[in-house]
Design a protein around this ligand. Structure first.
Ligand code: HEM
Ligand SMILES: *[C@@H]1O[C@H](CO)[C@@H](O)[C@H](O)[C@H]1NC(C)=O
Ligand SMILES: *[C@@H]1O[C@H](CO)[C@@H](O)[C@H](O)[C@H]1NC(C)=O
Ligand SMILES: *[C@@H]1O[C@H](CO)[C@@H](O)[C@H](O)[C@H]1NC(C)=O
Ligand SMILES: *[C@@H]1O[C@H](CO)[C@@H](O)[C@H](O)[C@H]1NC(C)=O
Ligand SMILES: *[C@@H]1O[C@H](CO)[C@@H](O)[C@H](O)[C@H]1NC(C)=O
Ligand SMILES: *[C@@H]1O[C@H](CO)[C@@H](O)[C@H](O)[C@H]1NC(C)=O
Length: 330
């Protein structure tokens, strides 16, 4: 009987990936640590809020860290693993530029290991830290984080390059990378709204200012970039060679988590080619218009980040609970 067997195989694959037929992550649940480590979520929140209160750039760091973790091998904290003499880890891939917040994650982990040894995964800490840090300015938690993720043991630089889209990506590359993680066009547009906080390095977009067609013309600027905004960016990023200057992705409110990203996009002030690309497809452009309504954005973000947080999770007895977030258990 060929059919039932292939069905069983499919089911086994779905379980192995931690994804059930409904697209929900199997095994994650609300308050997973309630009995095992009652103070777990409160400990993450209080340490994260302590740091965010003196460093308003941290929410952007944690939100991006969560994205990079989930897109490579699922949300398994593989992004936290340090390279060793025989392995170059994800965090040392090109797109890691400016990833940060590792020390705060490790501080949370150390505190939780004291309270409840070998119980709380680094993967859950990353998921909670993203939510908690972004929520600080609202003084309430913006989305629910189901827990029960376990930690992976593998982290490879090469995989980060295949899974994380480059800021030069066009719409079809972006949708391809997201579809690869079971995320749709709506998730792409909504999660890109994360660029309402944080900064980008000049070299990741300055070809739009100085060398867009690649012909080194005198004024080779991306015509889809607002000319006044392009001129302003040129005063900050002085040449193609500048790799150190950063600019706010949402000028003037780059530490406010709001839906202003979409207003910028509409005005042709998206920073990266990958941002501007969201206007190059009809359906996506329509979503951009819809997300200009604040209520729609917050609801949609809550939904899409929950889906992102379920990508390829390890649950049950898969993986391990790392003792230290930066190294796999020996
Ligand atoms: C759609 C594809 C995406 C691309 C191509 C992309 C690309 C980038 C790039 C190139 C940067 C600047 C890094 C630097 O210069 O240091 C950046 C920053 C950032 N990204 Fe994305 N990103 C994408 C999606 C996402 C998603 C899904 C999230 C989270 C849900 C996210 C959150 C952030 C945040 C918060 C920052 C600011 C980081 C900081 O201030 O250090 N991005 N992104
Ligand atoms: C090399 O990798 C193997 C597993 O792939 C690991 O067991 C071993 O400890 C590593 N050696 C060093 C020196 O990191
Ligand atoms: C990012 O990767 C580069 C090598 O590509 C490495 O030198 C750098 O330390 C890494 N940054 C972080 C924060 O791990
Ligand atoms: C998008 O970019 C990819 C990779 O650079 C390229 O192969 C493809 O032709 C581009 N698609 C469009 C519609 O421009
Ligand atoms: C999908 O992901 C795999 C590895 O996880 C990668 O090899 C492949 O290039 C990706 N496909 C797209 C369309 O991004
Ligand atoms: C401008 O772009 C072209 C094509 O992408 C590239 O070959 C050239 O090296 C770039 N010029 C500079 C100065 O980076
Ligand atoms: C050069 O580009 C800027 C936008 O960056 C535009 O305002 C200006 O008119 C352009 N100059 C010429 C000579 O095309």
């Amino acid at each position: 009987m060929k059919k039932p067997r292939s069905l069983l195989l499919l089911l086994a694959i779905a379980i192995a990936l931690g994804i059930s037929a409904t697209g929900q992550a199997a095994g994650l649940k609300k308050g997973f640590y309630k009995k095992r480590c009652p103070q777990a979520e409160e400990t993450v929140r209080s340490i994260v809020w302590k740091h965010v209160s003196t460093n308003s750039e941290l929410p952007a760091k944690f939100l991006r860290l969560f994205f990079h973790d989930c897109f490579v091998r699922g949300c398994d904290a593989s992004i936290l693993i340090e390279s060793t003499s025989n392995n170059t880890a994800e965090k040392d891939a090109g797109p890691n530029l400016s990833l940060a917040g590792f020390d705060v994650i490790e501080e949370v982990k150390t505190s939780l290991e004291k309270a409840c040894p070998a119980t709380v995964s680094c993967a859950d800490i990353v998921a909670l830290a993203a939510r908690d840090s972004v929520s600080f300015q609202f003084d309430r938690l913006l989305w629910e984080v189901k827990t029960g993720r376990r930690d992976g043991t593998i982290s490879r630089q090469s995989e980060a390059l295949l899974d994380i889209p480059s800021p030069a990506s066009n719409f079809s590359v972006l949708t391809g990378r997201f579809a690869n993680k079971s995320l749709g066009v709506k998730d792409l547009v909504v999660l890109s709204g994360a660029h309402t906080i944080g900064v980008g390095h000049c070299n990741l977009f300055s070809q739009r200012l100085y060398n867009f067609t690649g012909k080194n013309a005198a004024n080779d600027t991306d015509p889809t970039l607002d000319p006044t905004y392009a001129a302003l960016l040129k005063t900050k990023c002085r040449s193609l060679a500048d790799k150190t200057t950063t600019v706010e992705m949402d000028p003037g409110s780059s530490t406010d988590f709001d839906n202003h990203y979409y207003a910028n996009l509409k005005e042709k002030k998206g920073l990266f080619v990958s941002d501007a690309a969201l206007l190059t497809d009809q359906r996506s452009a329509k979503l951009v218009g819809k997300l200009l309504r604040p209520g729609d954005f917050f609801d949609a973000f809550r939904h899409s980040i929950t889906r992102m947080g379920a990508i390829g999770v390890l649950t049950g007895t898969a993986g391990e609970i790392r003792n230290k977030c930066s190294v796999v258990n020996s």
